[in-house]
Each structure stands twice: as C-alpha cells, then as structure tokens.
Design a protein around this ligand. Sequence first.
Ligand SMILES: Nc1ncnc2c1ncn2[C@@H]1O[C@H](COP(=O)(O)OP(=O)(O)O)[C@@H](O)[C@H]1O
Ligand code: SF4
Ligand SMILES: [Mg+2]
Length: 341
Amino acid sequence: MLAICKEVKILSVDVGNYLLYVDRVTKFFGYGLLGLRKFKALDEVSLSLPLQEPRLFVLIGETGSGKTTLLRIILRMIEPDMGSVYYKSKNVFKLRSSEVKWYRREVQAIFQDPYETFNPLRTIDSYLFDVSKYLLSIGKKEAEALVDETLRFVGLSLDRVKGKRIREFSGGELQRISIARAILTRPSLLLADEPVSMLDASLRVNILNIFKDVRDKLKTSVIYVTHDLATAYYVGDEMAVLYRGVLVESGSIEYVYNDPLHPYTQLLLNSILEPDINIKDRVKPIKLSSIEIKEFLTPGCKFANRCPYVTPKCNKEAPPLIRVNGKRAVRCWLYTTSSNT
Ligand SMILES: Nc1ncnc2c1ncn2[C@@H]1O[C@H](COP(=O)(O)OP(=O)(O)O)[C@@H](O)[C@H]1O
Ligand code: SF4
Ligand SMILES: [Mg+2]
C-alpha cells in the first residue's frame, strides 16, 4: 500500500546542498496569428541534482513536452518568465559578468544532431582548441595534451581527428567528438539533448556508456534528455517525466520504470518506441496542433484527453504533485486522498 503525503511545496530550501536547483520554472511562448496568444511551454517545473554525488538524471517526454526549453533555460540561452535556476548556490540569471565564463566551463551541452554542431568547412580539432583557448586559456602544448586525453576518453585520439572535417566521420564518431568538446572543460554538469536519437541502434549503447563513464570517472552529473524509455532505464539513476510542460512523475529509475504510477508514464512504457529519425523531426515544431494547444491550455490535467482513468474532476482541476513514500512524486488525482484534494 502506498503511503501518500501532502502536496510537494518548495519552501525554504538550502540551495547550497544542490549542484542544480530548478525552482518552479515557467516559460510562456506565443502561438496563433502573430504569436500574440500565450501558452505555458513549462509550468512550474522543479528538479534538483545533489552537490555531493554525481547523477545521471533522465528527463523524458514526447516531442513538444518542453525538454529542450528547460535545457535552454539551464544554459541561460533563454530566461524563464517565472521561477529560478540555482547552480552551486548561484542564481544563474544573476551571475556577475566575471562568473559567466565560469558557468560556461561548469555547464556544458551536447545536442541531437552532430551534423548541425560542426561547420563542414572547419576542421574538427579547431572546435576543441577553441574551447581550450577561450574557456580554459591554456597554451598550445597543454591544450594538445588535454585534447588528446579527452578524445581518448571517448574512444578517439588527436591523431585520428587532426585536420579532418565532418564528412570524414560517422554520426557516432561526431557525437563522440561533441562529447569530447563538452567535457574538455571538465564541467560539473553535462546536458545531453536527445544525443543518440539520430544514431543507429547499434551505436547508441556505446555513446550511453560514455555518459556512464562521465559520471563515474569525471564525477560529472548528466541530464540526459530523451523520449526513449529503454535508453533511460539503461543509463539513468533518476528520472522526471514531462507532459505538455508539466512534470507528471519523478523518482529513481528503479521505481518509475518498474512501477510507473502516472497513466502517461504507463503509456510510455507500454509503447516503447524506436526513436524516429525522420528528417521532419529535426525541425522544431513551432506550429502547434490544435490538440496540443488544447492540452497546454486546459485548466485541468493536461493528460485528461488521452487518459483511460479520466474523471470529470480531472478536466476541471489540475492535480497537485504528490510525494509517494518519500521517494517519488506523481501528479495525478488517482493518488490523492480526500484529505488533500
Ligand atoms: N521559440 C519558440 N516559440 C514558440 N513556441 C516554441 C518555441 N520553442 C519551443 N516552442 C514550443 O514549446 C513546446 C515545447 O518545445 P520543446 O521544449 O522544444 O519540446 P521538446 O524538446 O520536449 O520536444 C512545443 O510545443 C514547441 O512547439
Ligand atoms: S489526473 Fe485524471 S486525467 Fe490526469 S492522469 Fe490522473 S486520472 Fe488521468
Ligand atoms: Mg527537444
């Protein structure tokens, strides 16, 4: 029997205990003619990573759930409309100019399409040496040693990549080089946005194993963003499930994968999909479908439209996030008791 506790409320939290503390982040985007009407692409999303122990944290959800938007906010590429992001106790949107470079060394990212990361006219190694020059400010000899050591960490070497351009590498090798570039500064946090979804299934495990090495050998925490629950289970320590900008379930992978509580997580598990590498998926879907927008705008549970357990209350009121057994959380009226509804 599950022990149900009260709604999770973040009150006075000591952000000093966390590497990353995302606190009720909300982001509005425009839609419709001229983009004048607004929807919440992220709705009070909170998550955290501990300071002491490196973690592989999986952020999972289907296309359009807000995963990339959240990563872009953590990277300071866009600002949230509400909420805060703390990194090593600092509010990342209030960094002093002298701290911005530090943050770029500490928090690095790799993206879905390695072919978009590199310019076909430039040599691959120039990207790595740029990082050593601008973010690490080290000399040529030291940089060469560091670049070689880092490329070897991902299964390549400086000799193998020197002077070459992207057409001379496979997608898997390019993604390894993207990881090498990202870990060159020895960041404490690596954000990986669907990094294996465009690779052949046979190559995915190798790349995912590098993320495990990054966590275990470099002691770097990783936020791995995916819509693929099978790879999530393979690498993750913890996970959070997003649906239409709302965090619907979170907890350790063991709990969430083996005993999913939220009907959307159950659906994800029942339909473990092969990632779609169709070219259309590479383009960000800025134009929202009417079903998507209806779900984003509903005052009730965003999943009500598709949920087999929907009740009239689900359509009217958004469920709160409920802690279950102190170890996991779920946002669904099925898990509330009459005392806290
Ligand atoms: N710059 C933007 N302007 C308007 N809508 C956007 C913008 N970026 C993303 N969106 C919309 O916000 C929602 C979340 O997008 P995104 O964060 O890319 O989701 P995911 O990475 O989970 O696929 C989607 O409906 C997308 O169309
Ligand atoms: S709150 Fe209602 S509609 Fe939403 S997931 Fe739970 S049962 Fe389904
Ligand atoms: Mg995305």
